[in-house]
Design a binder for this molecule. Structure first.
Ligand SMILES: C[S@@+](CC[C@H](N)C(=O)[O-])C[C@H]1O[C@@H](n2cnc3c(N)ncnc32)[C@H](O)[C@@H]1O
Length: 276
């Protein structure tokens, strides 16, 4: 693994995530009759907006039975399992962090989705899939860890079929000013590559995509964090929440992200592209 990638994987490695999730899940199960995939959503959808954002993204890419979807930087595979369970698609996820892939594949087995969702450890900058294999691709909060967006999008373009849709939901620069760190994706600026929507669009166009939509989601983000704060004030820390994946300084990371978004420096952006 290249040294930056090792640093990024180190940032996300928890060390005992399996046990932490199993313990929290047992508590959730005792109080909820919801589908297992939904019970896990608080912890396995590691992007701003959680399940709400996942649904928003999926609603825009015309998913249907049998389609092959590539989820770049899949993490624990929450979005992948949601897509497979809701839309009956087959999902291949790729992620740099070995622990996420191992725990995520275990979760897929536990919820009975392992025949439809496969997570593999590897770099999105070096995809091993054959050319023109996938019908759709998604990327939830990954580009902030990858400096060379054009190299990333060239890899994705290669494995997509002509006309395939690609949804990017990343945190992007929407204004000036320094960013406060740590945030969920980086302890400090040296491993953070937050770029403006213009740079994403240019990299997509240069690698054979047509950009169909660019939609900043700052309001969705602030509403998500406000809901999180209100729930914590009323019920305390949830048994399955993003604090499990963000680690001991989770509260500082959340506070910094809220500050950075509230002053208009960054926001999650939904970008839709189609391969020419
Ligand atoms: C904030 S998490 C989002 C995880 C997942 N997409 C989700 O929304 O739950 C960012 C993920 O990107 C992965 N990642 C970062 N750089 C990567 C790369 N070059 N190739 C593959 N995965 C990468 C990390 O390992 C981490 O799991």
């Amino acid at each position: 693994m290249a040294s930056l990638e090792a640093k990024v994987a180190g940032h996300y490695t928890h060390g005992a995530l399996q046990a932490a999730i199993e313990a929290g899940w047992a508590t959730v199960r005792a109080h909820s009759k919801g589908a297992p995939v939904d019970q896990l959503a608080g912890v396995d959808e590691f992007h701003i907006g959680g399940r709400v954002a996942t649904e928003m993204v999926c609603a825009r890419i015309d998913l249907g039975p049998g389609l092959k979807v590539l989820d770049i930087g899949c993490g624990l595979g929450g979005a992948a399992r949601f897509m497979a369970s809701r839309f009956d698609v087959e999902v291949e996820g790729i992620d740099l962090t070995p622990e996420y892939v191992e725990v995520g594949n275990g979760l897929s087995r536990e919820v009975g989705l392992d025949s439809k969702v496969h997570l593999t450890q590897g770099s999105a900058l070096n995809l091993q899939y054959e050319d023109a294999y996938f019908d759709r691709a998604t990327q939830f909060h990954v580009g902030m860890n990858i400096e060379d967006k054009a190299r990333l999008f060239a890899q994705i373009a290669r494995v997509l079929k002509p006309g395939a849709l690609f949804a990017v939901y990343d945190v992007m620069r929407v204004g000036d000013g320094t960013l406060d760190y740590p945030v969920a994706w980086a302890e400090e600026e040296t491993t953070s590559f937050v770029a403006a929507a213009d740079a994403y669009e240019a990299a997509l166009v240069a690698t054979g995509f047509r950009v169909v939509a660019t939609e900043p989601q700052g309001d969705l983000a602030l509403a998500f964090f406000a809901r999180m704060k209100a729930r914590m004030a009323e019920h305390g820390t949830p048994p399955l929440g993003l604090h499990l994946v963000m680690g001991k300084d989770a509260a500082t990371k959340v506070a910094n992200m809220v500050q950075n978004i509230a002053r208009g420096a960054i926001a999650p952006v939904l970008m839709l592209a189609s391969k020419a």
